[in-house]
Write a protein that binds this ligand. Structure first.
Ligand code: DLL
Length: 440
């Protein structure tokens, strides 16, 4: 219904199941043949699994293909997974990997065009039109959030304000003076902004009506709080660097599951232990195949994100398969202020520091709307008995090194030997006091 009033109303976004499956199959067959030919990693892994591109005769046959994991990306760092020569790559983004090596995503001109379409669809899910002023508070840079949403908003013809994250005073100034109607940010930053808006007495004086929030887990309660604080719709948007960035799936205003743009990103749910595909409705690990990506296609990429797929048409009229909001991850990746942090990255840095013992604890908490990250690590007797000022100097130096590797502010605390509780089984490295996922 509301959809018909939108400028962005491409026919090919809404299709019958049979038309969609035919399109997906045609794209999958081309993709599989191409990666087999162009990416040595895929040739080797298909050969090992005994599968040939010609074996893909229906979408069900996708389960014959082997999975791709973050370890495969690390082993082929930085450009080994690319399926085009570098002269065709026009953009590179990246996000944290498990150790020192980030995950690297390349895009051709066509990939950027497709991405600008799926992020436009995302924004249209919240009724964005050419009349809107979109304040984009996702970080611009290697992170996909800023530029990803930027191109989508421009594609619709909205006026984008590329303000990036932080500088809350300026965010509020822009919001008032430029008449921002749509906001793109992480949910935690949006909550922070909503509190600043209240403190400044700006409630009811802004034109903001919708926010596109993602890049980190958040609960239904947080959504309700944001919607109440700002009297807006808060739309959950999902994506990951390895698949494209934002623009993989999005809530619409019905808020009954995120529409996966499945003409470009084919979703599956698998049992993370047996690796068997699970039927619609069952909860498991999300797996994506990028059906048309040229520079950095992924086949059956294991996201580690936990969700379930929901078939059936949405009341908004869109026909995509929907996914439930995420309920967790199958690995230990933390997302702190929108930044992905793997404990293994922290450990890899700590073991390199002389006098630092490999006993550590990572404490994540939320103070007001802000996540905090603190690392406690034991140091040798020698280091600990040094003068306080030397200890503080060392803490600051390690914090700086951590910050430049993790790309996020960290508070370091050096503690005396044997003060971190030993565990008899698996070490308890992470204490996360936040509630970030819904309890199902
Ligand atoms: O966070 C892309 C993005 C940017 C999505 C802006 C939405 C908005 P990465 O930095 O690679 O990419 O992090 C991807 O973040 O695997 C999820 O675990 C988590 N994540 C992303 N969106 C959501 C969401 C971007 N809506 C990782 N809810 C993913 C919960 C999310 N977790």
């Amino acid at each position: 219904m509301a959809r018909k009033q939108l400028i962005w109303n491409k026919q090919d976004e809404c299709m019958t199941d049979s038309k969609k499956e035919a399109l997906q199959l045609e794209r999958l067959q081309k993709l599989v043949a191409r990666v087999y030919d162009k990416v040595p990693f895929y040739k080797e892994s298909f050969d090992k699994a005994g599968v040939k591109p010609s074996d893909i005769q229906s979408m069900k046959d996708i389960s014959k293909l082997p999975f791709t994991t973050k370890n495969d990306l690390a082993a082929n760092y930085p450009f080994g997974m690319f399926a085009v020569p570098m002269k065709e790559v026009v953009r590179i983004h990246s996000s944290s990997g498990t150790t020192g090596k980030p995950k690297v995503a390349g895009y051709t001109r066509n990939d950027i065009k497709m991405w600008a379409e799926t992020t436009a669809r995302t924004l249209v899910c919240g009724n964005t039109t050419a009349d809107d002023v979109v304040q984009n508070a996702y970080g611009y840079g290697l992170f996909t959030g800023g530029l990803g949403m930027h191109y989508g908003a421009e594609n619709i013809g909205a006026a984008v304000v590329p303000i990036s994250g932080g500088n809350t005073k300026r965010q509020l100034l822009v919001m008032q003076d430029f008449g921002t109607t749509k906001l793109c940010s992480t949910p935690s930053y949006c909550l922070f902004l909503s509190e600043a808006i209240r403190e400044e007495g700006l409630e009811g004086k802004l034109k903001l009506n919708c926010a596109f929030l993602g890049a980190e887990p958040w609960t239904r309660e947080l959504r309700e709080q944001i919607e109440k604080n700002l009297t807006i719709d808060a739309i959950d948007i999902y994506g990951l660097t390895e698949v494209i960035g934002p623009g993989v799936s999005s809530d619409c205003l019905e808020k009954t599951g995120l529409h996966i743009f499945d003409d470009y990103f084919y979703p599956e749910i698998i049992d993370p232990v047996t690796e068997e595909p699970l039927p619609y409705g069952e909860t498991g690990e999300l797996v994506f195949t990028t059906l048309t990506k040229e520079a950095f296609p992924v086949i059956r990429y294991r996201t580690r994100d936990i969700s379930r797929l929901m078939p059936g048409e949405c009341a908004c009229g869109r026909t995509h398969v929907r996914m439930a909001r995420l309920t967790g991850r199958t690995d230990d990746m933390l997302i702190v202020r929108g930044v992905n942090v793997y404990p293994s990255q922290i450990e890899a840095l700590l073991v390199q520091i002389p006098g630092v013992e490999p006993h550590y604890q990572i404490l994540v908490d939320r103070k007001g709307a802000m996540d905090t990250l603190e690392i406690w690590v034991e140091v040798s007797e020698n280091v600990f008995s040094d003068e306080i000022k030397n200890l503080e100097k060392l803490e600051k130096k390690i914090a700086r090194d951590m910050e430049s590797s993790l790309l996020i502010g960290v508070k370091m605390k050096l503690v005396e030997p044997k003060s971190i509780q030993r565990s008899e089984g698996k070490a308890v490295r992470i204490i996360d006091r936040r509630t970030v996922y819904d309890k199902e």
